[in-house]
Design a protein around this ligand. Structure first.
Ligand code: AVW
Length: 244
């Protein structure tokens, strides 16, 4: 009856509103780690991929998927701190693919070029209390279920470390075809922009989708907001409207 369905809906593996864990999650992490340490950055060959995979799984397995904390990921981050050389970091917001292309063409690096960013790129994951398996049916959605889910907290803490360690002149690729190219609720706006410790200058590129009318520009109010955050941190700022 109705109560039975209600009970199933709110206690079953299907109760969350986000995409379930990626099939073969652990195997993908393990394989990506081997690929990264052996082929992509052979200088990182000494990294312990078995330990890294274990630390990743232990961070969220058997836990309430809405009670993620930064501390859960600390052991993992300690094994693979996301660092890039000074002057090489590229941030992005609503422009992931484009930013990756931009970085690649110029010998620059995004978070997805660091080991942990590379491992988790495009995957989803969550566990289930009382089970040693992942939930492949559904995972919490940031808006509809909880913001403290393991997926979101992972990208937040990893991005925070990435920003803290960025140095020299860095870049950000922003989307000028949406209302607020600088979104203060995004990870870039909420986390990274506020954690630039050793950055001297941030260069913003506002990219406009050729098929769409430009909706924001370097002189718009969202960019002014970014500029004022950086002024407060003594980071120089430049912005260019780049029509691709
Ligand atoms: P967004 P944000 N693979 O486009 O400023 C899958 O508004 O919030 O940009 N999901 C990811 C990945 C990834 N590689 N990276 C982040 N996410 C999640 C990290 C995350 O929950 C980079 F350094 C994020 O809120 C960028 O400078 C959402 O997908 C910055 O953070 C994308 O939202 C981009 O995050």
């Amino acid at each position: 009856g109705a109560i039975g369905i209600y009970k199933w809906r709110y206690t079953g593996l299907n109760r969350w509103h986000g995409k379930g864990s990626t099939p073969n999650f652990q195997k993908i992490i393990q394989e990506r780690c081997d690929t990264y340490t052996q082929q992509i950055r052979p200088d990182s060959r000494s990294r312990d991929c078995q330990g890294i995979t274990q630390a990743f799984m232990s961070a969220f397995i058997s836990k309430d998927p809405c009670k993620a904390t930064k501390e859960d990921y600390q052991p993992l981050i300690d094994l693979a701190y996301p660092t890039v050389p000074c002057g090489k970091a590229v941030f992005w917001s609503k422009t992931k693919e484009l930013a990756r292309e931009y970085a690649k063409g110029r010998g620059l690096l995004t978070l997805e070029d660091t080991l942990l960013g590379f491992l988790a790129d495009g995957l989803s994951w969550c566990g289930e209390p009382g089970s040693s398996d992942l939930n492949y049916q559904s995972c919490p959605d940031w808006k509809k279920d909880c913001s403290t889910n393991y997926f979101s907290v992972f990208w937040e803490v990893l991005s925070e470390r990435f920003a803290e360690n960025a140095c020299g002149t860095v870049q950000v690729v922003l989307n000028g075809s949406i209302e607020n190219a600088f979104d203060k609720m995004s990870i870039f706006g909420r986390v990274e922009a506020h954690n630039l410790r050793s950055v001297v200058m941030l260069q913003a590129w506002l990219v406009h989708d050729p098929g769409k009318p430009p909706r924001d520009s370097c002189s718009g109010s969202s960019i002014k907001e970014l500029e004022s955050i950086l002024n407060g941190r003594n980071v120089r700022f430049t912005c260019r409207d780049n029509l691709r």
